[in-house]
Design a binder for this molecule. Structure first.
Ligand SMILES: Cc1cc2nc3c(=O)[nH]c(=O)nc-3n(C[C@H](O)[C@H](O)[C@H](O)COP(=O)(O)OP(=O)(O)OC[C@H]3O[C@@H](n4cnc5c(N)ncnc54)[C@H](O)[C@@H]3O)c2cc1C
Ligand code: SF4
Length: 601
């Protein structure tokens, strides 16, 4: 199961090069190697072993500044992102405008497994409507594939990575076939209160779907469903499933999980792929461009070995980019040659276009009924146990809303391990107390806050895109991205609607809002990119003149070049994107294998 060095990779022969080791790259490497392909994975970040490195049980007082948020560690000292964040030293990106309304924030995790090491693990399926948004309301783009095409791959990904949740039969909120989902954890006290009072407003609150093992995986039955007829793959994954433990309900998932109870690419996708003996991984390998042959086919990639700063080239029969949406765009735009002067796969001029994020808006409240509860532990499967799926499809269809597309609500509360900032910012409740009275107040209000975060669909637009900056290069000499960004009124009005909803729920609970609900959507909405769900840039479609990839995420212009992260997405449904990135990568991987068997690649 080799991690190899760049020199060895350059001398070896591969069927496929996969760039990136996150959700898309991890799934692609798994699918290909389990079915016989020889794969080289090139990852720009360092080697990272969650089993050895996760600070799972460390408490706040063991960390500098008691683990508080700093510029280097925006999610706190123990967060799993060991290299990266909003800024990567020596690897800048550029804003096209200095207006804050047009800013795009870009989160990058330079490490094996990328952002899957600390993602929120919310793993929702897109529904049938989400694949045909343009047909429904005339905006944006339809996918060239339907929910029916994707459903078998959602089933497989859920079985493989382990996702808890429930089937509720709600509109455009798909149920999974029996046996796919693990049982959800119990709601915590604030969840039950939110559920009770949201119901009065006609809003259903159901179990969240998150990639956390609430019980061991079904290693006896699932392998045959995952790999029908492939005994070797079944044996590998059955063995690996037994090595993953169930959640112990006690430690923050954002640090990663050394018992492998939640999904991270390096604990779930990469170990079985490495066990096949067909996966080689080179870390610290920064891919610069896809190289092309005389007939315009991809021959491999050029990358920089960051340990020596040397230029290297690796070759393969096919190349899959899964470096995260914007990084895959960057690689394509930097792959300029006499044959492809505007970058590779870009004859349509659409590479970098239709960049999307998720609409985000938050509100907090305090609920007297939750004050001074007897001490109890509500750590749970850290992260939400419940959520609110979009519930206003009918009102929207009847023209009662002033925006298109919906949002879901993630919420939290409860009594978790106190941290450095647990008793800060209470003045709006206490009026400002000190000494013994402050300690009493801190105990009284601890666990009585509730938090609501809306996560909504953005419609792709012509003003939101990235391109290569003509002047700026990173420390490796690679031209960097410049971002253009604009929310439309659909998104800002949606953010204002979120605020109204959150305030109504808090009010129904007998609580008070921390700040008044913001009615101006342009103020309520978070900065572009800040929800870290960036998608788009290599649109998949049915017409080579208006899209970059065909329905198999294969470049129209380059037969053996594929993209398997979030870049091909034609829309960004309110559902968090990562489960769909994985399902789509598995689908595309199956197609690559099929074409290799037919000697078409
Ligand atoms: C705090 C946080 C919470 C989140 N919560 C959720 C959630 O609850 N649900 C959800 O669905 N999504 C969530 N996300 C988003 C989720 O992490 C991403 O959608 C997902 O990881 C994308 O997978 P990817 O493979 O496209 O990219 P990544 O996971 O980012 O992996 C890309 C990899 O490619 C490597 N790479 C980049 N450039 C190069 C290059 N030039 N050469 C070689 N390698 C390169 C990177 O180092 C990285 O390892 C969250 C993200 C964050 C940061
Ligand atoms: S809560 Fe569960 S899944 Fe999350 S890190 Fe802790 S043990 Fe792992």
């Amino acid at each position: 199961m080799p991690f190899i060095d760049a020199d060895t990779a350059v001398r070896s022969e591969y069927d496929v090069i996969v760039v990136g080791s996150g959700a898309g790259g991890g799934q692609m490497a798994y699918t290909l190697t389990m079915n016989g392909a020889r794969v080289l994975m090139l990852e720009a970040g360092r080697k990272y072993d969650p089993v050895a490195e996760t600070p799972m049980f460390q408490t706040p007082e063991m960390a500098p500044l008691r683990g508080s948020v700093t510029t280097d560690k925006p999610f706190g000292f123990y967060d799993a992102t060991v290299d990266g964040g909003w800024q990567v030293p020596g690897e800048p990106y550029v804003q096209a405008s200095s207006d804050p309304a047009n800013r795009f924030d870009w989160w990058r995790a330079r490490m094996l497994g990328g952002r899957t090491n600390h993602w929120g693990r919310i793993a929702l399926r897109n529904g049938p409507y989400d694949f045909e948004p343009r047909s429904r309301d005339g905006l944006g783009f339809d996918w060239p594939v339907s929910y029916a095409d994707m459903a078998p791959y959602y089933d497989k990904v859920e079985l493989l990575i382990g996702v808890f949740g429930s089937n509720e039969g709600l509109e455009n909120t798909p149920d999974s076939p029996a046996g796919c989902l693990l049982p959800p954890p119990k709601p915590i006290v604030s969840d039950l209160l939110i559920q009770k009072h949201s119901a009065k407003l006609g809003i259903a609150t159901i179990a969240c779907h998150r990639a956390v093992l609430t019980q061991p995986l079904d290693w006896k039955n699932s392998p045959a469903k995952l790999h029908p007829g492939n005994r070797a793959a079944q044996a590998i994954i059955a063995r690996d499933m037994q090595r993953r433990a169930a959640c112990i309900w006690a430690t923050p998932c954002g640090r990663g999980c050394l018992i492998r109870a939640n999904y991270q690419s390096p604990t779930v996708h990469l170990p079985p792929a490495l066990d096949t003996g067909r996966l080689d991984i080179v870390t610290d390998a920064m891919v610069v461009e896809v190289t092309v042959g005389r007939k315009g086919q991809a021959t491999g990639v050029r990358f920089i070995d960051k340990t020596t700063r040397k230029d290297r080239r690796a070759t393969a029969r096919a190349v899959v980019l899964a470096a995260s949406a914007c990084e895959s765009v960057r690689i394509l735009l930097n792959s300029k040659s006499a044959q492809f002067p505007q970058g590779l796969a870009n004859s349509s001029g659409k590479v970098g276009r239709y960049l999307m994020d998720t609409v985000g808006s938050d509100l907090a409240g305090q609920v007297p009924r939750l004050e001074s509860l007897p001490p109890h532990n509500e750590e749970g499967a850290t992260g939400g146990h419940m959520y609110i799926p979009w519930w206003l499809y009918r009102d929207q269809a009847a023209g009662k809303l002033d925006f298109a597309r919906g949002y879901h609500v993630e919420f939290g509360g409860g009594r978790r391990m106190p941290e450095m900032d647990t008793a800060t910012g209470l003045e709006w409740l206490t009026g400002g107390t000190y000494g013994v009275k402050f300690k009493e107040d801190a105990r009284r209000y601890y666990g009585s806050m509730v938090y609501f975060a809306g996560r909504g669909e953005m419609i792709p637009n012509e003003q939101s895109f990235c391109e290569i900056d003509p002047d700026v290069r990173d420390q490796w000499g690679i031209p960097v991205l410049r971002f253009h960004w604009q929310w439309s009124e659909h998104e800002t009005r949606q953010a204002a609607h979120m605020q109204k909803t959150f305030a109504a729920i808090i009010d129904a609970m007998g609580g008070r809002v921390q700040k008044p609900a913001e009615s101006d959507g342009t103020k309520a909405i978070h900065t572009g990119g800040s929800i870290i769900h960036e998608l788009g840039g290599t649109l998949m479609g049915s017409d080579p003149n208006t899209s970059v990839l065909n329905k198999w995420c294969q470049a129209w212009d380059v037969n053996n070049l594929f993209v398997a992260d979030g870049a091909p997405f034609p829309s960004n449904a309110d559902k968090n994107p990562t489960l769909t990135i994985m399902a789509n990568a598995w689908r595309v991987g199956d197609h690559i294998l099929d074409r290799m068997r037919r000697k078409e690649l």
